[in-house]
Design a protein around this ligand. Sequence first.
Ligand code: EPU
Length: 334
Amino acid sequence: MAIQILENVALAPMTTMRVGGDARFFARVGGIEELSEAVLWAQRKGLPIFILGGGANTLVSQDGFVGLVIKIEMKGISYDGNRVTVEAGEWWDDVVCDIVAHDLWGVENLSLIPGTVGGAVVQNIGAYGAEICNTIFSVEALDIEKMQIKTFLQAKCEFGYRESIFKKNKNLVVLRVTLELKNDGVPNTEYEDVKKYFENKNIEAPSLQEIREAIVAIRTAKMPAPPLGTAGSFFKNPVVDMTTYETLKKEFPEIKAYMQGDNTVKLSAAWLIDHVGGWRGYRKGDAGVHEKQALILVNYGNASAEEMLSLAHEIKNNIKEKTNVTLEEEVVML
Ligand code: EPU
């Protein structure tokens, strides 16, 4: 066998959250053949499979994983006009940096998001008024049940808020993505923090590079990069109907919310956790809530997975009790 299957490998150092136990079996794959080999090996043994990218959005339990963890390490980036094809194992922000250097618009607002390209697609990453799905042309994935490579055009990827067909269907492993970018894009500076940044600098029509610099500055002002001890936003921003929103608005007039155009409203989970729950800056042992961003739970050093999860539960229960809104985890639990 060409690939190496390792045993009892610590997963905590492979995630940004830095908690959790071991993978019973573990393999790194740098190409489709190695990936297929690893999958077939696990299938023959009847073991469950978990696909790991950059570990930037994963919380590993204290018990670890009883099956085979496959770490995606396919690399490569190639340009064809305004289309760029990137392998799933590339680090997302290296790709953004490269695309901006090629003078192509579309992903600059997604600068500095930790994780790999595969994870970015599965999760449909979004920030500062942009989502990766808006630049995706197609995604190539391996269906590990049928052992077939499939190409999904953007419209077939079932993208939603932090949602995709690749997240719903665990048999699909993202191999590579083709992004369609713009040669002469328009700056996307509507997001509050971005608008303020350019107003303060008196810049009316920022360049592509200036937007990347702005996003990097805004993100690093909130937290260091890479954000060790966190998995980014721990919860999703909950989407509620208009009536629920109006009721909440009476009790919490300052509530932060974004109209969705389909009679639903996306509430700021950070605002609820911060202003309704009063959790921002809270700390119990090494598990805490970020001082500058209440949606980010932090392992300050030696917190266990249980401690992080118990903090998350406490927050969820508290917000449910006070608002009747259920927060849903954004991080993937392993
Ligand atoms: N706010 C508070 N208290 C806080 C933090 C924020 O009241 O502690 C309020 C502020 O009024 C702020 C608003 O909440 O204007 C929104 O905060 P922020 O701009 O930080 O964005 P977010 O909704 O909390 C989302 C994404 C982030 C993404 C940012 C920036 C989700 C779950 N999170 O966070 O994505 O970087 O917008 O666009 O949608 C991630 O998914 O892991 C992630 C980091």
